[in-house]
Design a protein around this ligand. Structure first.
Ligand code: SAM
Length: 239
């Protein structure tokens, strides 16, 4: 007989990824993605993060909240296997799963304590903006690193097949506007993975793609296996 347990978020992430599209499939593939974990009032006290800064990395346990409503299936088609082969949900990191829980190891950048409140700056997360965080734990290398571990059908990090270039217009924007730390590197890391749908790969493609990173709209085209960032604009956040 199953017993249910009610859990509620201890915080939410403020992430540069404003939509699921183009988020890397695992943490630390876009190390330039800086995010902040904002704690809920009940947990927002320096006591809860005391000594956390001794650790370089953290585990985040979170909800795939944007997919919960769609439910889950026992068999899924991992992108790793080309999207054709079905695999058991528990053999994947699929976002559609019982309980809809995700886990990511991220780099701790800074514990910020101000006015008796605390927040946590991290980098390399693969979470969409607003994702509810259920727990934070220190990454403990002596136990969490398993040298003999076998990665099954996901042995290596995904390829980053695209060379990313910037149009004169995009480069002028980056040179003239104040942007978040490592913003250009973040664009390169995200687009180098070629986030287009799998069926577009290795095909002629004249579509312009767009992704929202921080408060910027980033546009790009793929021309003969080169990704050209065509334009970057500041999104009017007052609308
Ligand atoms: N590292 C985690 C894990 O293994 O549990 C997540 C892996 S999952 C394959 C990563 C993808 O989840 C991202 O590329 C993004 O598209 C999606 N994602 C991130 N945050 C999400 C959220 N809050 N709700 C639904 N999908 C999300």
């Amino acid at each position: 007989m199953s017993k249910s347990t009610l859990i509620s978020p201890i915080g939410h992430i403020k992430s540069p990824f404003k939509q699921k599209f183009a988020i890397p499939r695992q943490p630390r593939l876009a190390t330039a993605a800086l995010a902040i974990i904002e704690l809920e009032d009940d947990y927002n006290h320096p006591d809860l993060v005391r000594d956390l800064e001794q650790f370089s990395h953290l585990w985040l346990i979170f909800s795939f909240h944007q997919n919960i409503q769609q439910g889950w299936t026992p068999l899924v088609r991992p992108p790793r296997l080309g999207g054709n082969k079905k695999t058991g949900v528990f053999a994947t990191r699929a976002t559609f799963r019982p309980n809809g829980l995700g886990m990511s190891a991220v780099k701790l950048e800074q514990v910020i304590v101000d006015n008796n409140k605390a927040s946590i700056q991290i980098s390399g997360a693969d979470l969409v903006d607003g994702t509810p965080i259920f727990d934070i734990k220190p990454y403990v290398p002596y136990s969490d690193i398993i040298n003999e571990a076998d990665g099954g059908f996901a042995q290596e990090a995904p390829l980053t097949p695209m060379v990313v270039e910037f149009s004169a217009q995009a480069q002028t924007f980056l040179d003239s506007v104040s942007t978040p730390t490592d913003f250009k590197q973040l664009i390169e890391q995200v687009l180098a993975q070629d986030p287009r749908p799998a069926y577009k790969k290795n095909k002629a493609d004249d579509k312009e793609y767009a992704v929202e990173l921080y408060q910027f709209d980033v546009r790009w085209r793929v021309i003969e296996n080169r990704t050209i960032v065509t334009n970057i604009t500041l999104i009017d956040t007052d609308i």
